[in-house]
Design a protein around this ligand. Sequence first.
Ligand SMILES: [Zn+2]
Length: 476
Amino acid sequence: MSKKFVERITGMDEDFAQWYTDVVTKAELVDYSSVRGSMIIRPYGYALWENIRNELDRRIKETGHENVYMPLFIPESLLQKEKDHIEGFAPEVAWVTHGGDEKLGERLVVRPTSEVLFGEHYKNIIHSYRDLPKLYNQWANVVRWEKTTRPFLRTLEFLWQEGHTCHETEELAQEETVKMLEVYAEICEKFLAIPVVKGQKTEKEKFAGAKHTYTIESLMHDGKALQSATSHHLGDGFAKAFGIQFLDREGKQQYVQQTSWGFTTRIIGAMIMVHGDDRGLVVPPRIAPTQLMIVPIAQHKEGVLDFAYDLKERLDAQFRVGIDASDKKPGWKFNEYEMKGIPLRLEAGPRDIEQNQVVLVRRDTGEKLTVSVDGLEATIASVLEDIQASLLEKARQHREEKTSVAVTFDEFKTQLEEKAGFIKAMWCGEQSCEDKIKEETSATSRCMPFEQESLADECVCCGSKAKHMVYWAKAY
Ligand SMILES: [Zn+2]
């Protein structure tokens, strides 16, 4: 029974890319649309995003930010004000050239990100140090004309939040940049059970127009890295381009110091690739749209459905509970909810009811627990917490197993081939070495971690004096 069902999903180790595609479509997270590279986020996928978004939004507000909404369109002239920024984004913007039948006097860009719109607005509303800091956040969709696309990981249009802030000093902007990176790391580890490496991007990999970019990087089941969120210290580059000035405490005109930071629907792709298995999705309890699914057994027998519905009503007070009382066979239901990654299944049949017990089945381990109906809430809460913690621990172990150290370029190449994962290696700071490593191995620099280690004195690539330890990997 379960074997036949499993055949519907390609095995992870057989073809990871196909496994991913099978899971996102068969677990009903997305559907393809007629617009190439765009996805329809179905109710289950959207409910996941809402749970992640709600947790993140709460923290964004707790740290003093306010939500706003900016226009979808950006005039070409506005995008061109910051030189590095337009150069970085020009290859992937979508242009609007007509309004109805009429050709526009100036082309419009569908926002790929909103730094310039915030820049224009901030110029109008910031005049004095008393107007600072400005701590704004926007929940929106953005468009980037990507050549190759995959649901959640890379799509023409995606959902995200983008924070944009202005500060009096560089130190305050730096503090904000790192604070928001920490918020992202907390969401990943505490809610999504995804362990992350926090660090700084190299010059080559930083955001177009930023002074510094910070990132959290995670490792997928197949050993590829995924940039999970970024936070940028923009310095005064945009402020100078847009003339965002304020009168400081000494009465002098100064440019504001800015930050921007973003977290996207891409994280759902990370969740799938970190926790999923050959049976489908595995969703961490804290963000699961349904934490517990009740499946009545022999539901045609007297009292079974009443018992199941009473239980649902009781458990609804504390958990996100589903019930499937349809006439599909229990085996079909088991497989379906395993595919959807629902953390716990509760089975209740006539014999269980007689003995005042139910059976709980964990999605992550498949373990079956026969537990008393008395005090069931406490039992469920503790099992869910245990699943949450186990998922993080398992992901951490997987990452450790797939992280290696390379001192020489030969070691680098061998390890990348044999282990496929993160490689920690020293780097001289020159882009030529980054380019060479990418060209010869396809690995890119993921970040210079905050927790630096001294692994060797020389750069892994050129042998010159090393400046930083870097995490390298092939990446999504
Ligand atoms: Zn070098």
